[in-house]
Design a protein around this ligand. Structure first.
Ligand SMILES: [Zn+2]
Ligand SMILES: [Zn+2]
Length: 409
């Protein structure tokens, strides 16, 4: 609905307001902003003032409410334009921080007019600055998920950028034992660096996370990262086969346009025989949640040693009886300090013998997500039942463990 200047209600409100408050056209128009979205507040204010006939124009700088702030819209747009210069982004959103005094005056005005159609000065600034920038940048405002949110503090002419993280999905393989998946901070100094950790702040020199993330951080000029793995393997376990899915989150990236295939090659050639990545693609926050909640089956290669020579007939029977069966695992003693104590039922889908050599044997096991393999072999002092040690009648211990496939991911 267009404003009709004979609209008595609008003119009545304006008529009682203008003598008391000297308002610029922006601020006058804003009292009735929600009546018609086809006009700018400035234009609407001008029409209303014309309709009042007697009211003379108030310059923006003399406005009781904004004291000139509404004149600064192009200036603010420019400040944001400059601060966005170095960044890669598809969409943006403008936010404004407005002086408390102005907001208090606005509150007083809206109370006085009693109009249900008014709009906050912040909304006007955000929208008008956004419109200028859309043209200038040839990029769109996105209210839901902007790549960058630029908040201008109008009292200080300072732009604060909130940059959305860059998410990269991939799968990693780990060919070497002794490398943790993520950074493991020194327990004594908690990452600050101390004598015990050689002032590195870390318990291990490197991690899958660091080997992958460093290259990305350099490339996108980000300042921080988080590594979200789809589960994790123990430090001494290799991750082979199709690799383990992960999402790398890079915070505050400047560059977002990447050649993932080139990065994949770089990372792999630099870390030959240590780690490898594949299937890199761009991802998002939702995928992190998906990975965290997914429970893919895993296939392992397990080498174990028994106290006495292994009776192969017996082990064959054990392997058969472990096919498609359920075991109960009470929280292993080695993780008891970080997991609730309870019995977890886990499905063993498949078990086959690859080799038996004296007191050593190699198995292939396919299990439900979250099965503790070392404990399935050792029995963990009876906490896992049934277990291989008990079934073949001699204590056994895993000597080598590799994840050879992560299924259904
Ligand atoms: Zn004003
Ligand atoms: Zn330390």
């Amino acid at each position: 609905m267009a404003i009709t200047l004979d609209d008595k209600e609008i003119l009545k409100i304006a008529d009682k307001t203008m003598p008391k408050y000297c308002l610029c056209d922006h601020c006058l128009g804003r009292i009735f902003a929600k009546i018609d979205t086809g006009l700018t507040n400035k234009k609407r204010g001008q029409l209303i003032r014309d309709g009042l006939n007697k009211s003379k124009k108030t310059e923006v700088k003399d406005c009781w409410l904004c004291s000139g702030l509404c004149n600064e819209i192009p200036h603010f747009a420019n400040l944001i334009f400059e601060s966005l210069k170095d960044y890669d982004y598809d969409t943006f959103l403008v936010g404004t921080k407005v002086d408390e005094d102005i907001l208090a005056r606005e509150h007083e005005l809206f109370e006085f007019t009693g109009s249900d159609h008014s709009e906050s000065i912040k909304t006007e600034l955000n929208r008008e600055i956004g419109k200028i920038l859309e043209k200038k940048l040839k990029k769109e405002v996105d209210f839901e998920k902007p790549t960058i949110m630029a908040v201008i503090d109008t009292a200080f002419d300072v732009v604060n950028l909130q940059i959305s993280s860059l998410f990269i999905y991939g799968r990693y393989k780990k060919f070497k034992r002794g490398i943790p998946q993520t950074r493991w901070f020194c327990k004594i100094c908690r990452g600050k660096g101390c004598k015990r950790c050689g002032y590195t702040g870390k318990l291990y020199d490197s991690s899958v996370e660091e080997l992958i993330a460093k290259r990305f951080l350099d490339e996108v000029k980000g300042n921080e990262e988080s590594f979200h793995g789809c589960g994790r393997e123990d430090i001494d376990v290799k991750m082979l086969g199709n690799g383990r899915p992960f999402v790398l989150e890079i915070k505050n990236p400047i560059i977002r346009k990447l050649s993932l295939s080139k990065l994949e090659k770089d990372i792999n050639s630099k870390n030959e025989d240590v780690i490898e990545v594949n299937s890199l693609r761009f991802s998002d926050k939702d995928e992190v949640a998906r990975l965290k909640s997914s429970e893919p089956r895993k296939v392992y290669r397990v080498v174990f040693k028994s106290k006495n020579p292994i009776n192969s007939e017996k082990l064959k029977k054990v392997a058969l009886s472990l096919r498609d069966t359920k075991i109960g695992q009470f929280t292993p003693s080695r993780v008891a300090h970080r997991r609730a104590n309870m019995v977890r039922e886990k499905h063993i889908y498949y078990c086959s013998i690859e080799a038996i050599d004296g007191s050593m044997a190699t198995l292939t096991l396919e299990t439900e997500s979250g099965t503790y393999i070392k404990e399935l072999v050792s029995g963990d002092d009876g906490r896992t039942k049934p277990n291989i040690s008990e079934m073949i009648g001699t204590p056994c211990e895993v000597t080598e463990l590799d994840v050879i496939k992560i299924k259904g991911e």
